[in-house]
Design a binder for this molecule. Structure first.
Ligand code: GLA
Length: 372
């Protein structure tokens, strides 16, 4: 893929670029908790977005998105959105936030390609943001650290692209390592890498149902969480985010919340508990314990947070009688995209065949399977 990016660049502009990349990710547990200042446990997947780039002497950017065969040109100060080339808003968003931060940037020629499936909940957008950021960071000799880069990536997505996402995806694109899970406390930004166990593999199954994250449902869930906090904090001013609500506290405030907010809050509160407990299980190697929590997480996302869909449920349900699968759940924002499965290492080939077959039978759709 790296040499592909290089070839696209040279064919488009001539000359030799440098190539920068950032990975997609799969979240093992802790879903819809990051923007509630809670806990998440993602890991990078072995698929990346690549940006081949070379600085220019002026302030122009020329960007070629090889996979779409689309081109975009803009200058450093240009902040107009391009509805016909949604991908270009990510590149422009990074330029805009760096400029806002007071960094002076040279223009660049760039060619972008990648193998992170698009719209599949594997964070191709964060990978594009962070690969672009790495290119600009290096070409302009910026003084940044990886944590700052993660937050700049999120800002570009929130402010410029208009998706009110949390920081998980950018965080793991910047600080993740292959073969390790990244535990993040999204309030304090404390984080630590935890080795995965060789007994099990992380297998991602794509429903091939695409849902754009910008779809209002994500921002709506986020607003519902804010509303739940507003109601709870009226009598409990110490509550600043759902992170501050323990299961006991939720029971205390239960009657003050309308039914929809009760369910939303219950998901976030219990998911935070599961993420903490699952991290402990990963550290001690209790994969069965970890897997049970994955199934619980899926139930909670399905019935309380209501972000699953028939295809995701079919994939998860198809695993419950497989003894070699410790756990499965939807991953990412939901409404389509992928499930994450924790599968015994020597069962992966058989799992892949069986899940494909069962999914085809249940939905008449053809899934894709990736190893993380
Ligand atoms: C998307 C967002 C993340 C996170 C997940 C849900 O991937 O970009 O910040 O909120 O959804 O856990």
């Amino acid at each position: 893929m790296e040499s592909r990016a290089r070839r696209f660049f040279t064919a488009e502009y001539g000359g030799e670029p440098r190539v920068y990349r950032a990975p997609g990710r799969v979240n093992l547990i802790g879903e819809h908790t990051d923007y509630n200042e809670g806990y998440v446990l993602p890991t990078p997947i072995d698929r990346h977005v690549y940006v081949a780039a070379k600085p220019r002497p002026d302030d122009r950017f020329r960007v070629y998105a090889a996979d779409f065969r689309q081109r975009k040109e803009f200058t450093v100060g240009d902040t107009r959105h391009d509805p016909d080339r949604p991908w270009s808003n990510y590149v422009q968003g990074v330029v805009a936030v760096l400029r806002d931060e007071g960094h002076s940037l040279r223009g660049a020629d760039m060619a972008v390609t990648g193998d992170v499936p698009l719209g599949a909940g594997l964070s191709s957008s964060a990978a594009l943001l962070i690969a672009t950021l790495r290119a600009l960071w290096d070409m302009n000799g910026l003084e940044l650290d990886s944590l700052e880069a993660a937050f700049l990536g999120r800002r570009a997505e929130n402010a410029f692209v208009g998706v009110q996402c949390g920081v998980m995806d950018h965080f793991v694109a910047c600080l993740g390592e292959h073969g390790r899970a990244l535990f993040i406390d999204c309030r304090t930004n404390d984080h630590r890498l935890i080795d995965m166990w060789p007994t099990h593999r992380v297998v991602v199954v794509n429903t091939m149902v695409r849902r754009e994250l910008a779809a209002s449902a994500y921002n709506e869930r986020r607003a519902q969480c804010v509303e739940a906090v507003r109601i709870i904090s009226r009598s409990d001013p110490g509550v600043k985010a759902l992170r501050d609500v323990s299961p006991e506290k939720l029971v205390e405030h239960w009657d003050a919340l309308p039914p929809v907010l009760q369910r939303r809050a219950r998901h976030v509160v219990t998911e935070n508990q599961r993420a903490l407990e699952a991290t402990g299980f990963l550290e001690t190697g209790d994969m069965e314990g970890f897997g049970d929590l994955m199934y619980d997480s899926h139930e909670s996302l399905r019935y309380d947070y209501e972000v699953s869909c028939g295809e995701l449920d079919a994939l998860v349900d198809a695993t419950v009688d497989m003894d070699e699968v410790a756990g499965a759940r939807m991953t990412g924002a939901g409404f389509g995209g992928c499930t994450v499965n924790l599968v015994e290492a020597d069962y992966v080939a058989e799992f892949t065949e069986t899940i494909k077959e069962r999914y085809r039978r249940a939905t008449a759709k053809q899934p894709e399977v990736y190893l993380a």
